[in-house]
Design a protein. Sequence first.
Length: 366
Amino acid sequence: MRRRNLFAALCLVVGLLVGASVAQAGPTVAIVKADNHQLVAETWKLDVLDFTKQWEALWTKEGEAAIERMVREAVKLAGGWPVKPGDTVAILTNLVQDLWYVVSTGKAPNAEYANKFIQSMVVDARVVRALAVMAKESGAKKVIIATGPNAGDAHAAYLTYGYTRMAREIGAELYDVNEGPWKTYKAPYGLALPNYTLPAPIVEADVRISVGPLKTHQLAGVTMTLKNWAIGIPPSRVYGAIKLGLPHPKMAKVVADVHSIAKPNYAVIGGIWGMEGNGPTMGEPVPMDVIIAGADPVAVDSVGAQVMGFNPDDFGTIRLPKEYGIGTNEGILVVGRSIAEVARKFQPPPENVRAPGAWAEVSGWK
């Protein structure tokens, strides 16, 4: 009898321990850092100051292969890769502005700085290429690479930033969210708007992947995969230049709304270069050499915010999606490199350019 009671007590203890570990289990986020900055960050070239000789971004095959290895390692470590045979996969990248904008800002005093600045402003085509290749290897029947610049022409941006050549080489389709077809979708919570007009090929894809930058943002505080998705897929032909038809004073609510209609199945931050200060288009480039990946966009962006030296819960564009069940930053398991190993304190947007904190429900800028 005593032996049976002892065995029952032991089973109870084991059960409680297992239950506790399951209860504490959260999303997994991988951080991979390059060992060779020169190889991944300095082999991408676009000489905007002499575009008669070069008007399209070029990079070495060695740099391309190194970034592909980083992306593959990050996805393997994080797990949760969602692509299955026969899937249509939509990958949303961030090409926030075209090349003319870069020239017009005066942010390109020389070719060396311009290369760093451009890479910090847009998502590197080599990161997107790696994900598209992996999707094809997983049996995807179609891979769509999409973008929705806040101003300028998407296909012009694709061409100058190297996407057109890359997509042709791997057999991916380039798509501008402004081309349609669009559908109007009801927002389950209607936090900012009751309905949103969005591109059906993206919303209704079998697998949706958001590839965001690692940047500060004068309206939202930070911008990574969540904001990339929510502000990137609404078409400017519906919502106007720089998406002003999306209520900017309710930006955090817009982010939660759009994700409640259709959220990414996978999230990747292309942080070869980051941008600090007056982001998302006038800040300063920061060499980071990281890829951050996972199946939970809230968790991925929370890790990204910490890598930049910020508290993710200070930003409504992360906090509200968490509150409305888009994802979580509770119990995150960080694999690969630790946050402490790769973190660098980014300068926040200067006070004179920050939107009112209530717009994106920013509770702290530092």
